[in-house]
Design a protein around this ligand. Structure first.
Ligand code: BGC
Length: 722
């Protein structure tokens, strides 16, 4: 197994090396361009129109006469979705299970771009095997509020971290011969009224916070397709927002691929054709029985407009050109290398991501890892301990061949010598409150055990029609508040009183209010949704077979009211607008600048060993700054540390955040081992976006370089004058 993984890892490293390269705009291949133009010349207007809208729930038409195949898309960002027929009903026939990879927030919590590539390779390979041309992920919207129902699918509150993780993911997918679809471009930071809410974001916040992840995915990741979001930005729908799509994405960033709508995000013909959307998907009428796809905005109405001269045929040609380009890039005219599907090797990648993505938040008196030789009984408490998550959450649902729950993982790793006693503790149901009978049983189990592990947190809804009933991490809805649902505060408080060695494991897509019990329990783990082998990875961490190395990608505020979108900005806005008044002060940029203590800081995550940071050395060469320092594992266990470098502008013409992440490196160290880490910082690391000059500006002066283990745990400092 080790050799298999090593092989995969080498491929990964090679893929990143070969793929990432220097920053460059998307290239086109002259021989492909010639073939594309040739095909366009041979096509009738009707055939062209046929290609720019859906012809079933997840496909768009080709031109059989010219050998152009249908294009097949599928969700989603952490695994290939179960098969739909041509309509919306699940097929439920054949083997359509796939590897359930950990969700976006868990992947990003690894802070390991090489795992981003490995993850993408699994997804791409399985999409390929299942006959998909485009996989509808990654989702990279900024986590602006803890309440967003889709935070679990997304990566972070920090644009730099997203940029680093997304590039590997996309290259991983696309190196398998299929296309990724980057979503949701842009400003889809809440699910409430996502269909039409207008987001108002300043130019500076747009450039510094909301766009960099998308830009990196296009310019460095060379993503082939982009999905526009449902919402509006500055009054125009994002999918055909002239400024976002024509000027920035296709203009400034040189994007050569296709822009598809989110499902049902197109609401007009002329505006959408001219605003830059290339492919109309999922328009509501496709939900009707026997839908007539010719009624789509980009079907008959578009045809009529070209015929009557309202729209130039060249506008349609450009969309077809982009679609054909993607088809050539994804080997739809030649043979793709074969993909593979639900293999042990793929499950191992999922496991590795979970092992590195699960975050140890608190470990008082070294309650963890559990010592097998001292344990006779473990009480495992909580409905999430034996709940499967893969089919939850909405369009990102997956039907895996199996899913190791936390309870199964613990039972397996405990072996025969340790008793594992399970109690449900709380019920997942609409408006469920604390249930005294369930709590009492849990308390008794905790009393009788050496340690208590409560597995709770958020949960997914499984069923579209019931999403609003019980779902907390789901598409289409936001969480009602940040408090723990289903009476879990009461449960945890009671169990912690019954057993001093209580560890809380939180499933879910980000922050939850722990104020009721955070000081009453010894251990806290944030697990996200860790995928098919999540229960195994969690148990390995609890027993110390794996040393945790994940770090938070989002600040955990103490209470919802501390969160900047709620304190300074608007959420969820009125029925028409949501104004991002917190501006660039998203996540730790707010907490650190405004001196608000978080519950757990961005970048935080503990290990079972400890690390010593050396003194940084800084050199400047032609404006390029290189920071080098040593890092040493001073404990007696191997472990990995994510060394984070933040930049602070000492004096600026505009208000800048207290610090901003500009580099990081995950370093694996044996006991006692030291390594040297280097960070290269270019102009981007010191610049802000000046919305008067409409450009990035690096002001001369002093900058502090803050190196640490989280945004709030700075271990070494230096400064540079530029
Ligand atoms: C979601 C997308 C998804 C699409 C297709 C939409 O509702 O927002 O993320 O890819 O449906 O299922």
């Amino acid at each position: 197994m080790k050799t298999k993984f090593t092989r995969l890892f080498l491929c990964t490293a090679l893929g990143l090396l070969l793929g990432t390269g220097a920053l460059r705009a998307q290239d086109t291949d002259p021989s492909v361009e010639a073939k594309v133009e040739d095909l366009i010349k041979k096509m009738t207007l009707e055939e062209k129109i046929g290609m720019i809208h859906a012809n079933s729930s997840f496909t768009s038409a080709g031109v059989p006469r010219l050998g152009i195949p249908e294009m097949v898309t599928s969700d989603g960002p952490h695994g290939v979705r179960p098969e739909h027929g041509r309509d919306w009903t699940l097929d439920n026939k054949g083997n359509d299970s796939s590897t359930y990879l950990p969700v976006g927030i868990t992947l990003a919590s690894t802070w390991n771009p090489e795992l981003g590539y490995a993850f993408g390779s699994v997804l791409g390979s399985e999409a390929n095997y299942r006959g998909k041309d485009v996989i509808l992920g990654p989702g990279i919207n900024i986590m602006r509020t803890p309440l967003n129902g889709r935070n679990f699918e997304y990566m972070s509150e920090d644009p730099y971290l997203i940029s680093k993780m997304v590039v590997g993911y996309i290259k991983g997918v696309q190196d398998q011969g299929v296309s990724a679809s980057l979503k949701h471009f842009m400003g889809n930071n809440q699910e409430i009224r996502r269909d039409g809410i207008n987001v108002e974001i300043s130019e500076r916040a747009l450039r510094e916070i909301y766009l960099p992840g998308f830009k990196a995915a296009v310019v460095e990741g060379n993503v082939n397709t982009v999905m526009g979001s449902y919402n509006k930005f500055r009054g125009e729908y994002c999918t055909y927002n002239d400024y976002l799509v024509n000027k920035i994405l296709k203009g400034e960033w040189g994007f050569k691929g296709l822009v598809m709508s989110d499902w049902g995000a197109i609401h007009s013909t002329k505006e959408a054709l001219l605003g830059g959307a290339d492919l109309e998907m999922g328009t509501d009428l496709s939900m009707l029985p026997n839908p007539d796809y010719n009624k789509f905005f980009f079907a008959d109405p578009a045809l009529r407009m070209v015929k009557n001269g309202e729209i130039k045929e060249s506008v349609i040609d450009d969309k077809v050109r982009r679609i054909l380009r993607v088809m050539f890039k994804t080997h739809m005219f030649d043979k793709r290398k074969p993909g593979s599907y639900a293999t042990r090797e793929h499950f191992d990648v999922a496991k590795k991501v979970a092992e590195e993505g699960i975050v140890l938040l608190q470990n008082k008196k070294n309650v963890l890892p559990f010592n097998r030789s001292n344990l006779k009984t473990i009480a495992v408490i909580g409905a999430n301990a034996n709940r499967e998550n893969a089919m939850g959450g909405g369009s990102s649902q997956i039907r895996p061949p199996y899913e190791v729950t936390p309870l199964q993982g613990l039972q397996k790793l405990a072996g025969t010598g340790i008793g594992v006693h399970f109690e449900q503790g709380y019920a997942i149901a609409k408006d469920a409150k604390a249930d005294p009978a369930l709590i009492e049983r849990a308390v008794q189990a905790a009393k009788a055990a050496d340690v208590a592990v409560i597995v709770g947190g958020w949960t997914h809804g499984y069923d579209y029609s019931k999403w609003s009933d019980n779902a907390y991490d789901t598409e289409g809805y936001d969480k009602p508040d940040m408090k723990m649902p289903f009476g879990q505060d009461e449960l945890i408080t009671a169990v912690a009183k019954a057993n001093p060695n209580t560890v809380v494991v939180l499933y879910g897509g980000g922050p939850i209010d722990m104020t009721a019990w955070v000081n009453k329990v010894k251990g806290i783990i944030q697990a996200g949704y860790p995928g098919i082998e999540g229960g195994t990875a969690l148990a390995e961490i609890l027993f110390g077979d794996v040393n945790p190395s994940g770090k938070l990608t989002v600040t955990f505020p103490k209470t919802l009211g501390d969160s900047p979108a709620h304190k300074l900005g608007e959420y969820p806005g009125d029925s028409i607008n949501v104004r991002y008044n917190e501006d660039i002060f998203v996540g730790y940029r707010y907490f650190d600048t405004y001196k608000v203590a978080p519950q757990f800081a961005f970048g935080h995550g503990l290990s079972y060993t400890s690390f010593e940071y050396g003194k940084p050395a800084v050199t400047v060469n032609n404006g390029q700054v290189r920071v080098t320092m040593s890092i040493r594992n001073k404990g007696n266990r191997a472990g990995a540390e994510v060394v984070q470098l933040y930049v602070k502008d000492k004096k600026a013409a505009v208000k800048r955040p207290e610090k901003e992440l500009k580099a990081f490196s995950k370093v694996m160290l044996q006991p006692g081992e030291s390594k040297s880490v280097s960070f290269d910082l270019n102009k981007d690391a010191f610049s802000y976006f000046d919305d008067k000059q409409m450009q990035w500006v690096q002001e001369p002066g002093d900058f502090e370089l803050l190196i640490g283990s989280s945004s709030r745990d700075i271990r070494a400092k230096d400064k540079v004058t530029l």
